[in-house]
Ligand binder design. Structure first.
Ligand SMILES: [Zn+2]
Length: 213
C-alpha cells in the first residue's frame, strides 16, 4: 500500500529553509521513511523541507517519530562537524584573531575557522518551527530535554557530554562522575576539572573525585 504523506504547512518566513537546520532547503523529507518499517509512529505520515545533508542524515534514522529524526540529524551534524565546532571550544573570536595563525599554511584556517564554527553551531542549535498538518499542530514529544551550553543547543545533555569528551579527549567515565558530583549547572567547571586530569592514573582520578564530594 502506498503511504499518503501530508505536506506540513510552513510559515511564510521559513518557506525556503531546511526544517532541521535552517539552511536553504533543497528537498522534502518523507517520514516514515519507506526504507525502514516504523510500527509505532505517533503522528500521520508527513513531509518536511530539508537541505541535502540533513535529508541524508534523516534518511538513516531508524526511529519512530519526526522528533526522533530531528534528534538523530542534530547528533549526526555534531559528529560530522566536530572539528569545526571545536574551534569555539578552544578559542573566542578575539583570541583567534589575535592568534599566531598567520601566513603560510595557517592563513586559510585563520580566515575560515570562525565562520565554519558559527555555521555549524547555528545549524545544530537551530530550533524547528512547529509542524502543522491540516490546521493541527503536531504535539512536540521529545524523548530527552535539550541542553543549552555556551550558546549551543544540544539535543540532550548526553550529546554535550559526548561532544566535549571527543573534542578534549576526556575520560568519559571520569567526566560523568565529576558532573554527577558538581551538577549540570556547573558543566563548564566540570569540563575544566576533567581536563586537569586527562593524563591522570585511575588512582589519581579516584582521589580527584573524592575531593569533590
Ligand atoms: Zn539542513
Amino acid at each position: 500500500m502506498k503511504t499518503h504523506y501530508s505536506i506540513t504547512e510552513t510559515p511564510f518566513q521559513y518557506r525556503q529553509l531546511c526544517w532541521f537546520c535552517g539552511e536553504p532547503k533543497e528537498f522534502l523529507f518523507a517520514f516514515p521513511h519507506s526504507k525502514w518499517l516504523v510500527l509505532d509512529c505517533v503522528h500521520s505520515p508527513i513531509k518536511v523541507s530539508a537541505c541535502k545533508e540533513c535529508k541524508r542524515f534523516a534518511s538513516q534514522a531508524k526511529v519512530d517519530s519526526i522528533w526522533d529524526v530531528h534528534m538523530h540529524v542534530k547528533q549526526a551534524l555534531i559528529k560530522h562537524y566536530h572539528k569545526d565546532l571545536a574551534i569555539g571550544l578552544n578559542w573566542t573570536k578575539e583570541e583567534l584573531e589575535e592568534s599566531e595563525f598567520e601566513g603560510g599554511n595557517f592563513e586559510g584556517f585563520k580566515k575560515s575557522a570562525w565562520f565554519m564554527y558559527e555555521v555549524a553551531k547555528g545549524r545544530v542549535s537551530y530550533q524547528p518551527w512547529p509542524l502543522i498538518v491540516n490546521g493541527d499542530t503536531l504535539e512536540y514529544l521529545p524523548e530527552k530535554e535539550a541542553f543549552m551550553f555556551d550558546g549551543m543547543r544540544y539535543p540532550s545533555i548526553d550529546d554535550a557530554i559526548l561532544h566535549y569528551v571527543q573534542v578534549f579527549d576526556l575520560n568519559l567515565h571520569f567526566f560523568k562522575q565529576v558532573l554527577a558530583r558538581v551538577g549540570e549547572a556547573k558543566f563548564s567547571s566540570a569540563i575544566r576539572y576533567a581536563r586537569i586530569y586527562i593524563a591522570a592514573t585511575p588512582q589519581e582520578q579516584a582521589i580527584a573525585l573524592r575531593s569533590l564530594s
